[in-house]
Design a protein around this ligand. Structure first.
Ligand SMILES: Cc1cc2nc3c(=O)[nH]c(=O)nc-3n(C[C@H](O)[C@H](O)[C@H](O)COP(=O)(O)OP(=O)(O)OC[C@H]3O[C@@H](n4cnc5c(N)ncnc54)[C@H](O)[C@@H]3O)c2cc1C
Length: 504
């Protein structure tokens, strides 16, 4: 006997039970199930790390229970989503598919194209909902920020707390560990735990205490881990929606407006700085949505060929393992490898060092960082890596000096000494450039440069002068200028909002 066809909610990067339009829409019907698919090709990719998998499974365990309490089965399967849908359609029938729209890498786009085809062939309507400010088939960037604010101000899509359960059991693979997919174990101290309850705790602690000095403490790696929101991973896995975070922001903005400045929990300046970054999240993702090419190729094609070859494979390895001889660069890389997170400024410095000092192809360094960023979000990541590598044509070439970054943001070496223990006893005066330390001090502090800690693998000043010249000559070319004009029209942010645009 043919069973009652199902409403299938396909969960992807939206592992939560609130502000969830696909769940809300599907649960208007009785025979609803939720489906999560472990995609072997996605898991096998170089950017996918075991730490991502651990975070994912923590989300899935919590979600399974949360859905079960509402009477909804969460089915997990390993394989190709189109084939799995085919299988469920054969055994139970699928009358509609519901999901959030995804702005991802090329693989996810190809997968979605296959799903679309499957739905068309079987006459199954696929209801796709947006979950952020990215606009599909955007005609023009004009007015984009206003549309973002309007979207974020919409009410949250809440799901019912109880639903009529679907009685028939459907085959589920359960929670699959990383070793099922031949992923190695991890030695990382993964500091962030997955799940929507964790996301909510993170939001509250940010607005209620941690974020008090966000605007002034976000740049230093000493303070950023505590004072930044740390919501990026939750946004990437969708344990919280951008709209939910924005609604919380409005709440705290209203509180800050009403309170005398000293009583404000988090300063208005910090709230506005935070608001801008939430918008940037979608602004950068919109670039990949509008031009999927930027995952692989220079935004301005005039730069093609200038940095395509890996001339010094050893440099890539030294950079990737934190062995460049530049303490701030090495500390940031090692912090990232240990904790899966580093703040914005230090991410930019890592890429700047790789792209300008070492002249490494950004495609290779981007992949390494993506693997180690627990919050890897393709749209933000590739746009930012290109921006920090000077290939967008529209951004000022910004070369970070690792010595200055240490002096400005870790003058007493709290962060650097924690992650580069070889330098623990090096005096503050030599910490940024330990190779300048006299030999007798090196001996006294037990840090011989070239033995206990590497010599600098490149001369920053010479290498970056050369990089500026090379990029500058392309940038000034007629072809690059013409391209940059088009890029600006297509991707550039429009008039900068001077004040908070938040609607109260
Ligand atoms: C080379 C490079 C690669 C990056 N790759 C990623 C990535 O893969 N995923 C990712 O989420 N962010 C990425 N960023 C942006 C930024 O560094 C992180 O979003 C931020 O450090 C995350 O920490 P947080 O949540 O505490 O940020 P907060 O400072 O608290 O900011 C709040 C939110 O705003 C967004 N945001 C903040 N800064 C930016 C920015 N510059 N651009 C776009 N969105 C921003 C994020 O969603 C973040 O969670 C990258 C930056 C650089 C320079």
């Amino acid at each position: 006997m043919r069973k009652t066809p199902l409403h299938v909610v396909w969960l992807k990067k939206d592992l939560r039970l609130s502000d969830h339009a696909p769940l809300a829409a599907a649960l208007m019907h009785e025979n609803t199930i939720a489906l999560y698919v472990y995609e072997p090709d996605h898991i096998a990719a170089a950017e996918y790390d075991t730490s991502h998998h651990i975070f994912l499974n923590q989300c899935l365990i919590e979600l399974t229970e949360g859905l079960r309490q509402r009477g909804i089965q969460l089915i997990t399967r390993k394989g190709d989503i189109s084939e799995i849908l085919h299988d469920i359609n054969r055994s139970h029938g699928v009358c509609a598919l519901y999901s959030h729209r995804e702005t991802g890498h090329a693989r996810s786009f190809q997968r979605d194209t296959k799903v679309k085809l499957f739905c068309q062939e079987h006459g199954i309507p696929w209801h796709e909902f947006s979950q952020n400010g990215v606009i599909r088939r955007l005609k023009s960037r004009d007015g984009w920020a206003g549309r973002w604010t309007a979207r974020m101000s919409e009410p949250l899509a809440e799901i019912p707390t109880t639903c009529s359960p679907y009685r028939d059991r459907i085959k589920s693979d359960g929670i699959l560990d990383a070793d099922v997919f031949d992923k190695p174990g991890t030695t990382k101290k993964i500091l962030q735990a997955g799940g929507f309850q964790e996301a909510n705790k993170t939001i509250t602690s940010f607005f209620e205490s941690r974020g008090k000095s966000y605007a002034t403490e976000m740049s230093s790696p000493v303070t950023a881990g505590h004072s930044c929101s740390r919501l990026s991973t939750h946004l990437a896995f969708g344990t919280v929606s951008m709209r939910q975070v924005y609604h919380q922001l409005l709440h705290y903005l209203a509180l800050a407006e009403d309170s005398p400045p000293t009583a404000a929990i988090i300063t208005k300046k910090s709230l506005r700085a935070f608001e801008a970054r939430l918008r940037w999240h979608c602004h950068f993702m919109q670039k990949l949505e509008d031009d999927p090419r930027i995952e692989f190729s220079n935004m301005v094609t005039a730069y093609d060929g200038i940095r395509d070859e890996l001339i010094h494979p050893a440099h890539l390895e030294q950079w990737a393992t934190g062995q460049t001889g530049y303490p701030m660069v090495d500390a940031c890389m090692r912090a990232l490898l240990a904790t899966s997170w580093i703040n914005f400024r230090m991410r930019a410095m890592l890429v700047s060092f790789a792209s300008y000092d070492l002249w490494l192809p950004w495609q290779l360094t981007a992949r390494h960082l993506a693997k180690h960023f627990l919050d890897f979000e393709p749209g933000i990541h590739y746009s930012q890596v290109q921006m920090q590598s000077g290939t967008t044509g529209i951004n000022t070439i910004r070369i970070y000096n690792p010595t200055k970054q240490l002096t400005d943001h870790d003058p007493h070496g709290l962060f650097v000494r924690a992650y580069v223990p070889e330098l623990a006893a090096v005096p503050d005066d030599y910490l940024a450039e330990p190779w300048t330390m006299p030999k007798q001090i090196q001996q006294k502090v037990g840090c011989i440069i070239g033995k206990n800690y590497p010599e600098p693998i490149i001369d920053h000043s010479t290498a970056t002068k050369e990089a500026r010249l090379r990029l500058g000559s392309v940038r000034r070319s007629t072809v690059a200028r013409a391209e940059a004009k088009d890029i600006l029209a297509k991707h550039g942010s429009r008039k900068r909002p001077r004040k908070s645009q938040a609607r109260s």
